[in-house]
Every structure is written in structure tokens, then in C-alpha cells.
Write a protein that binds this ligand. Structure first.
Ligand code: NAG
Ligand code: NAG
Ligand code: NAG
Ligand code: NAG
Ligand code: NAG
Ligand code: NAG
Length: 412
């Protein structure tokens, strides 16, 4: 049977934005996966009930958050972009036909006793729409992102090892991941790949959820300029629930595309001025924003963006910078003090999330603060990682609930 896949791409994409495009590369024949299943022996084991919560340290670096994971046997530490806006887990691997420069050694699958290739007849290969057969019967993949970053390579399975809150070492086997052999994009040398944390089939969350007591996780992203050596922790499965005083929750909106975490933004307040999302109060489209830890700014449809921009400009008692072309059309201010306002509030359906200047302004250079918002012609916006910082955010993929709790993530 020949299958064709639609291009599902309806999200705004900017330079340094990691958001997913489905690449329609070729059509291919699917081969029934019946007796090949033995190939994908489930190595994943259930955790014992007193093992604590499984975690991974996450470090801020140049606008992204790098998750620290151990893969392979013997274990190799990787640092890869934590990306709730995509699904695939991939790292740059030996041999590299065309890789970007990275500081740490490349992962070498031949040196790991737990690495297995995925054959292109396997059902596992076709969990990714772009899995195709190589002449050697391997599962070649291509995965692209909104900023034109692209990874091409071979799908395999590997053991990922976590540590739990009680110090227990928790290896989870058979995790599908991409060994990138041809990777391009605006990556820096600290980034060894991307950890897809979206809601789709091949994401880390979907793959480990059943072993860890449920498809849920929480993140606490440290602010932009936090030292690399001050990580916060992502928690997975049982024990990752965000509870207690001050928690606010909003529904995760289920759409056909399972990858992004869609929520409904009713409006944004700048100080005491309420600005309704396009369409007016009580009449917004459900799922008009998605959370993306791989995108730094908040991205709003132009109409709302212009109103927010104008209102911030009206309320900040300083003169915007107009004589620095490197800042582009951003709204920036020169000040030696930290900006003390305005306070903003993201009004999600059922959850008001207060945003202090540290979450809404970034300092691109010393003494300069710029509003970390930008705009799109799409009617779906992106709630980026600056605004997510210093909140413990819980994603429950089964109850379809997103929870926020104000938190100092550097002290987590
Ligand atoms: C790497 O990917 C690019 C872009 O898809 C392609 O043009 C090029 O041929 C690939 N190179 C190798 C060595 O596979
Ligand atoms: C995976 O496939 C490649 C190419 O066919 C081969 O060189 C390698 O040995 C295979 N690895 C394993 C673990 O089977
Ligand atoms: C499969 O991937 C390998 C490694 O990236 C590449 O050399 C080869 O050309 C690819 N083959 C196909 C058919 O895409
Ligand atoms: C709500 O939005 C829809 C679609 O944009 C529009 O047709 C309708 O008139 C709006 N209703 C109100 C009460 O504003
Ligand atoms: C500005 O904020 C940063 C980060 O919170 C802090 O380290 C610094 O001391 C503050 N500077 C002033 C002048 O308040
Ligand atoms: C973004 O906003 C600016 C200023 O309002 C506007 O000129 C531009 O066309 C907008 N871009 C998009 C992609 O909507």
C-alpha cells in the first residue's frame, strides 16, 4: 500500500524557533510488521513503588534549556535541547557526514552494547512519518523544524538512564531515537541534539510514561541568564504532579496534531489594562496558543501583539531605544536598574499566570532590556520559554491538564 502524508504545518516559525514541520519527502510502501515485532523486545521495566520520582537536570544556555541524559551502555552523558514543541529524540552520532560542531564527543552506537538498529520493516520505523528504507534495510529518518533546522540519520533503540529522587539508577531500554548523521541549523556547540517532549508517539514522554506510572511530567526552567552549573530538574511520571497552594490549571486542548501542548489564552493584562485575545472576550478559539520550551519569546498574532506592544510602551516611563539597529524592531530600554514593571498576566482559561519583568524582558546586552514578545501572521501563538521560567509547570497528558505554580527554579 502506498501512503502519502499531509504536510501539517500551521505554526509560526522564526529564526531560533524549534517547532515542527512534517517533511513530506517521499512516498513509500509499508510492509506489515507482524513477525518483526520480536525485534523490539520491550526492555522497559516497571519501577518499584518506592523508587522516588525519575528526574533529569536541565541547564539554561543561550536561550535554550539543555536536558542532561545518560544514553547507551556504558553510559554517555548528553546535553540536548528540551523541546516540548517536537517529538523526536535525536543526538549527533558517529559517523557524521555533515554535523554542526559540538564540544563533547559524538555518540558512537557501535560502542554501546544496548544499541539496536530498527529495521525499516518494523512498525517502529513508521511511527515517524518520515521513516524510509535505506538500501541496507535500515530506517532512515528526516525531521525538520520551523527555523529550517534539519536532522537526517538512522532510527535506533537505546537505553536511557535516569536517576530518581531517592538516588536510584533507573535504566529504561528500547527508547526509539534518531542517530543524526546529517544535521544542520542554528545550533551551538553545547547542543548535542534535541529531546522531543511533545505529545506524539515518539516523544520521550510518550515512550517512558507507561513505565513510570503515567504520561505526565513537570519542568521548572531557570531564567535566561542563569549559570549553566545551576540546573533545575524535569520530573517524569509518578511524583511529577504539580500540587499544593497557589497552583492554577488550564485544560490542554486536544487537536488532531498530538505534538504541541495547546492551551486557550483569553487575554493578556499589562498592568491593570486587559487586552482580550483577537475575537474578543468570551469568543476566543480553543487552543489558540501552545507551550514551546524550544522557542524563547512569546509569539502572538500580530493584532494582539500590536496592542500589547503599544500598552507596554505607554506604561514604561522610559524612552524606547531607537538608535541601535542591532535590536531590530524590538521594544527595548536602556537602564542600569532592572526594570521594575510593568507586571503582566497571561489569562489562560481557568488560570491567571502573573509575569514579572524577568519573564517578559530579556537583556540582549548589559543595561538593555527588550520586550521578549514577537508576532506571527498565524492565528495560533506560542508561549515560549522566557515566560515559562520560574514556574513549575505540570503537563498531564492523560487528564489533559496543564498546571502552573510560581517557583524559584534556581532553588529547586
Ligand atoms: C545532508 O542533507 C542535505 C539536506 O537534506 C542534503 O542535501 C545532503 O545531500 C545530505 N548529505 C549527506 C552526506 O547525506
Ligand atoms: C546497524 O546498521 C549498521 C549499517 O547496516 C551496521 O554497521 C551496524 O553494525 C548495525 N548495528 C547493530 C548494533 O546491529
Ligand atoms: C540513509 O542514511 C545514511 C546516513 O545518514 C545515508 O548515508 C544514506 O544516504 C541514507 N539513505 C537513504 C536512502 O536515504
Ligand atoms: C465570534 O467569532 C466568530 C468567528 O471569528 C464570529 O463570526 C462571531 O461573530 C463572533 N461572535 C461574537 C459574539 O463576537
Ligand atoms: C537585576 O536582576 C538580576 C537577576 O535577578 C540580579 O542578579 C541583579 O542583582 C539585579 N540588579 C539590580 C541593579 O537590581
Ligand atoms: C509583525 O508586526 C509588525 C509591526 O506591527 C508588522 O509590520 C509585521 O508585518 C508583522 N509580522 C507578521 C509576520 O505578522
Amino acid at each position: 500500500m502506498t501512503m502519502a502524508y499531509p504536510i501539517v504545518f500551521q505554526y509560526p516559525c522564526f529564526v531560533s524557533t524549534i517547532c515542527l514541520i512534517m517533511f513530506l519527502l517521499s512516498q513509500f510502501s509499508t510492509i506489515e510488521a507482524n513477525n518483526i515485532e520480536g525485534f523490539s523486545v520491550k526492555l522497559i521495566r516497571k519501577m518499584s513503588s518506592n523508587a522516588g520520582t525519575v528526574q533529569a537536570p536541565t541547564h539554561a544556555y543561550l536561550g535554550q534549556h539543555l536536558m542532561e541524559l545518560s544514553i547507551g551502555t556504558p553510559r554517555k552523558t548528553i546535553y540536548a535541547i528540551a523541546d516540548t514543541g517536537s517529538d523526536l529524540i535525536w543526538v549527533q552520532c558517529v559517523p557524521c557526514d555533515k554535523c554542526y560542531k559540538q564540544l563533547n564527543p559524538l555518540f558512537d552506537p557501535l560502542k554501546s552494547s544496548t544499541y539496536t538498529n530498527i529495521s525499516c520493516q518494523s512498525e517502529l520505523c513508521h511511527r515517524l512519518d518520515t521513516g524510509v528504507c535505506s538500501p541496507e534495510n535500515r530506517c532512515n529518518y528526516t525531521y525538520g523544524y520551523g527555523d529550517n533546522a534539519l536532522t537526517q540519520g538512522v532510527l535506533g533503540q537505546e537505553t536511557v538512564t535516569f536517576t530518581s529522587t531517592t538516588g536510584q539508577v533507573v535504566p529504561l531500554g528500547g527508547i526509539i531515537f534518531g542517530c543524526g548523521h546529517n544535521d544542520t541549523g542554528n545550533f551551538n556547540d553545547h547542543e548535542m541534539g534535541i529531546i522531543g517532549l511533545g505529545g506524539g508517539q515518539v516523544s520521550l514522554i510518550s515512550q517512558i510514561g507507561d513505565s513510570l506510572g503515567g504520561k505526565r511530567f513537570s519542568q521548572c526552567l531557570v531564567p535566561f541568564h542563569t549559570d549553566f552549573n545551576v540546573p533545575s530538574r524535569m520530573s517524569f511520571g509518578k511524583g511529577s504532579e504539580v500540587t499544593g497552594e497557589g497552583v492554577v490549571s488550564t485544560p490542554l486542548v486536544v487537536k488532531q496534531d498530538k505534538t504541541p501542548y495547546f492551551v486557550t489564552l483569553l487575554g493578556i493584562s499589562v498592568g491593570n489594562t486587559y487586552l482580550a485575545f483577537n475575537g474578543g472576550e468570551g469568543n476566543v478559539t480553543k487552543g489558540n496558543m501552545f507551550l514551546d520550551s524550544g522557542t524563547p519569546p512569546i509569539i502572538l498574532p500580530t493584532e494582539l501583539y500590536e496592542r500589547v506592544f503599544a500598552e507596554v510602551k505607554r506604561q514604561v516611563p522610559l524612552k524606547p531605544i531607537t538608535d541601535d539597529p542591532t535590536l531590530g524592531p524590538q521594544l527595548c530600554y536602556r537602564t542600569l536598574e532592572n526594570l521594575s514593571g510593568p507586571m503582566m498576566t497571561a489569562h489562560f482559561e481557568g488560570a491567571d499566570v502573573a509575569l514579572a519583568p524577568i519573564q517578559t524582558f530579556i537583556p540582549p546586552k548589559n543595561g538593555v532590556f527588550c520586550l521578549a514578545f514577537t508576532n506571527t501572521s498565524s492565528d495560533v501563538g506560542v508561549y515560549g520559554n522566557f515566560a515559562q521560567s520560574n514556574y513549575l509547570i505540570g503537563f498531564d497528558l492523560e487528564a489533559h491538564v496543564l498546571s502552573f505554580k510560581l517557583n524559584d527554579c534556581t532553588k529547586q
